[in-house]
Design a protein around this ligand. Structure first.
Ligand SMILES: Nc1ncnc2c1ncn2[C@@H]1O[C@H](COP(=O)(O)OP(=O)(O)OP(=O)(O)O)[C@@H](O)[C@H]1O
Length: 343
């Protein structure tokens, strides 16, 4: 760890959605940071607010969403994420494809069907570097090889519809890294792929991390993916940060928030094949029916009377661990011991 300021610092990000006549608070005071070259996992069940968080950082929210509070520092520059003024939006837009690239779950959404995929990588290269088109094409082929497209010389002229899902996702990754971004945002980039291809794509990310030294903010519901790829982790639930750790191992070895522990218990583990997988009882609250205190309280095995009522204080520590649970300190040790015995 160095004392260098983080590459990305997101503070107090809140987003509301207008649905029918109702205002829903989809994200509440979300904060996290990411160092240069660091990979942070942003994890949580479906609907926890992972995608909205990523989109808010790039000004790519749906039209019925508004950022009500939030500040971002990226590579030394400060951005006020709240509000919708055109100049604020433009500043964020300028980051896309230069400082920050995004990789989506479904590559077909991002790739243009009528332009050969190689051309799309070439365009991304040329947005960043002044070079001749032929040179940029060679570089695009190099990038395609880097992400594991072996016959890149042929595939460079292919159209998106001619490629398998795994190849399309590799092209997306090549296009995302072509502009030499300092930060890559990934929104479940392997979810739509079958398991073997998923693993190949994760291997690409692992190799790229060494090659590029870019920060990675990786959204997924899959803790196994996070443990393979990331250094640090932030756990979201119902639009709120539950627990965050600068050291992923620390959190996975000794989760302090009951939700983190429950997520870990419900993750398949090869050591536990044949045993029934734990599933978290109940379901996440709807956005218009969230408890005043901890949103996880109604499902929590360890809840106290005050959990649903009291606002959870920010229990940040200097070690980069943050746990939004009123009773986490006393419970942490016994809970972890309990889980280990149960295995
Ligand atoms: N445009 C929208 N209008 C209404 N509700 C929305 C909109 N976008 C997101 N939501 C709701 O906001 C919440 C957070 O959505 P988000 O897509 O960020 O979740 P997520 O954690 O990325 O989920 P998933 O893993 O399923 O993609 C969910 O309850 C979702 O239904």
């Amino acid at each position: 760890m160095t004392d260098r300021a983080p590459l990305l610092d997101v503070a107090d990000l809140s987003v509301k959605l207008q649905v029918g006549g109702t205002e829903l608070h989809a994200l509440e005071h979300v904060s996290f940071s990411l160092g240069y070259g660091e990979a942070r996992g942003l994890v949580g069940e479906s609907g926890s607010g992972k995608s909205l968080t990523l989109r808010a950082l790039l000004g790519l929210l749906p039209p019925n969403a508004t950022v009500t509070s939030g500040r971002m520092t990226f590579d030394g520059a400060e951005f006020d994420l709240a509000g919708t003024s055109r100049s604020k939006r433009r500043r964020l837009e300028r980051l896309r494809g230069t400082g920050i690239s995004m990789i989506f779950q479904e590559p077909s959404v991002a790739l243009n069907p009528v332009i050969p995929v190689g051309e799309q990588i070439v365009d991304a290269v040329m947005r960043r570097d002044r070079m001749r088109r032929a040179e940029a094409r060679d570089y695009a082929i190099h990038l395609m090889k880097l992400v594991g497209i072996h016959d890149a010389e042929n595939k460079v002229d292919a159209y998106e519809f001619e490629l398998s899902g795994g190849l399309k996702q590799r092209v997306m990754i090549a296009a995302a890294v072509a502009s030499k971004p300092k930060l890559i945002l990934c929104d479940e980039p392997t979810t739509a792929l079958d398991v073997t291809v998923q693993q190949q794509i994760l291997d690409v990310f692992t190799d790229l991390r060494d090659e590029l030294d870019a920060g990675l903010l990786y959204v997924t519901h899959d803790l196994a993916v996070v443990s393979q790829l990331c250094d640090s982790v932030t756990v979201l639930y119902s639009g709120n940060v539950m627990e965050s750790s600068a050291d992923l191992r620390d959190m996975f070895d000794a989760p302090r928030h009951p939700y983190t522990e429950a997520l870990l218990r419900s993750t398949p583990d090869v050591d536990r094949i044949g045993r029934r997988l734990y599933s978290i009882p109940g379901s996440a609250p709807s956005l218009d029916d969230r408890p005043r205190g901890c949103p996880f309280a109604p499902r929590c095995e360890y809840r106290h009377d005050d959990c649903e009522e009291a606002r959870v204080p920010d229990k940040s520590t200097s070690s980069g661990r943050e746990v939004h649970c009123l009773h986490q300190v006393q419970q942490g040790v016994s809970r972890v011991a309990l889980t280990k015995e149960a295995r």
